[in-house]
Write a protein that binds this ligand. Structure first.
Ligand code: SDX
Length: 393
């Protein structure tokens, strides 16, 4: 297989950008991070190693991994003054609202000392972002449940630290369950990057103007929040809960097929994957593992999900529309079993995707030929006409 891809001229003329980071083949259900299949990385690697791979293009040596992990771990705390931003939000604010606000506010704390024209400082900003997003997401969760913020612990791995910051309370010790930590690490891995999806394109477009990376990531978080994109994991679990029992599935299948009904099966379909989303396959295996461990393998929501998938995959409409479960179909079931409220599902997607966003931002900024983005439009409005004074209207 060729080391690099060559495209037909027709494709190159319509592509939004060139990138060497992630490759998707929607027909084959293939997802490669820097050439490595997601199935192999999910089975043999871990999230921070995938972060190194996405950022720098190669798998790290042992020494490079130790250094990278040290640099990330030692930047997991946020400036103490940033705690104040949370208190400006209503207690019942959606954690995505606080994440958009607080990550944007990082511009005021870490941007002033940052020259994005300096490759080293771009690397520092990227590592700060990867390090601090779990802390900010955990703080958004703690604020939403009225519990005190929990500081990161350098003795824990990346995924375990996030679980600790979310679920530890001062009143008692919290021990990170290694199986849940591995499942969380796998969820982060599966969400790390995904080519030019809507939120990544948002980050690239914002970055193309020279905006600072913290503001660009905040824009990406805002875009990800939508239910057609990253908000689908929350919407999917809420849909599965609303269905409730397998006997009600046909009613929802019918609604999804009804052109006059705006309802869509959440967690199904994809703009690119027209066979299957390889991430959904790995996520489904994780769901079985975690629920088995938690002793809730007969979880009604999982039963509804599996039966819904079985029925939909045999249904002519879904087959004709090439609709298959996507990454969001099973992720919510795992996160729910871990104890997260549905409002935390998209923040977890956002903290996982931060490495993809920032890697693509770095790739774009490093390209000396890149220009400010300017998507074209097809004008369908009125032709030129002269002003009419109000007396004559
Ligand atoms: C993510 O781009 C990425 O890479 C995104 C993502 C990432 O990692 O960044 O993979 C993450 O966003 C995954 C998608 C999560 N969203 C959902 O699960 C929400 C439900 N899915 C749909 O909203 C929809 O499938 C989209 C938004 C994902 C894709 O929308 P498209 O591009 O309009 O879907 P399509 O062109 O493939 O649709 C083909 C047809 C359409 O019918 P017609 O107009 O041809 O008659 O299938 C229908 C759609 O109406 N359809 C669905 C459906 N998804 C598409 N019908 C019922 N239920 C669905 N879920």
């Amino acid at each position: 297989q060729a080391d690099v891809f060559t495209y037909d001229p027709g494709f190159t003329s319509t592509a939004a950008c060139e990138s060497a980071i992630t490759y998707i083949d929607g027909d084959k259900g293939e997802l490669l991070y820097r050439g490595y299949p997601i199935e192999q990385l999910a089975a043999k690697s871990h999230f921070l190693e995938a972060c190194y791979l996405l950022l720098f293009g190669e798998l790290p040596t042992k020494a490079e991994m130790v250094d990278f992990e040290h640099r990330v771990t030692n930047h997991t705390m946020v400036h103490e003054q940033m705690h104040n931003f949370f208190r400006g939000f209503r207690r019942d604010s959606h954690p995505m609202a606080t994440m958009v606000g607080v990550v944007g506010a990082m511009s005021a704390f870490y941007h002033d000392s940052l020259d994005i024209n300096d490759p080293w400082q771009r690397e520092v900003a990227a590592i700060r972002m990867i390090a601090k997003l779990p802390t900010i997401a955990a703080m958004a969760y703690k604020y939403s449940v009225g519990q005190p913020f929990v500081y990161p612990k350098n003795s824990l791995n990346y995924a375990g630290n996030f679980l600790h910051m979310c679920f530890a309370v001062p009143a008692e010790d919290y021990v990170v369950n290694p199986i849940l930590s591995k499942a969380m690490d796998r969820i982060m891995m599966l969400h790390a990057d995904h080519e030019q999806n809507a939120s990544t394109s948002t980050v690239r477009l914002a970055g193309s103007s020279g905006a600072n990376p913290f503001a660009c990531i905040a824009a990406g978080i805002a875009c990800l929040w939508g239910p057609a994109h990253g908000g689908a994991n929350q919407a999917c679990l809420e849909m599965l809960r609303e269905i409730g029992t397998v006997d009600r599935i046909p009613e929802y299948i019918a609604r999804a097929k009804d052109k006059d009904d705006p309802f869509r099966l959440m967690g199904f379909g994809h703009r690119v994957y027209k066979n299957f989303d390889p991430r959904a396959t790995v996520m489904k295996e994780s769901a079985d593992e975690v629920l088995e461990l938690m002793g809730i393998h007969n979880n009604p929501t999982l039963q509804v999900a599996k039966e819904l998938e079985r029925i939909a995959l045999e249904d002519d409409y879904f087959i004709s529309k090439k609709l298959y479960p996507n990454v969001d179909f099973y992720s919510g079931i795992i996160l729910d079993a871990m104890g997260f409220p549905t409002s935390m599902f998209t923040p977890i997607f956002a903290l996982s995707r931060t490495v993809g966003w920032i890697s693509q931002w770095r790739e774009m900024i490093a390209d000396p030929t890149q220009k400010i983005g300017r998507p074209r439009q097809l004008y369908i409005g009125k032709a030129h006409r002269d002003y009419v004074p109000v007396a004559n209207r």
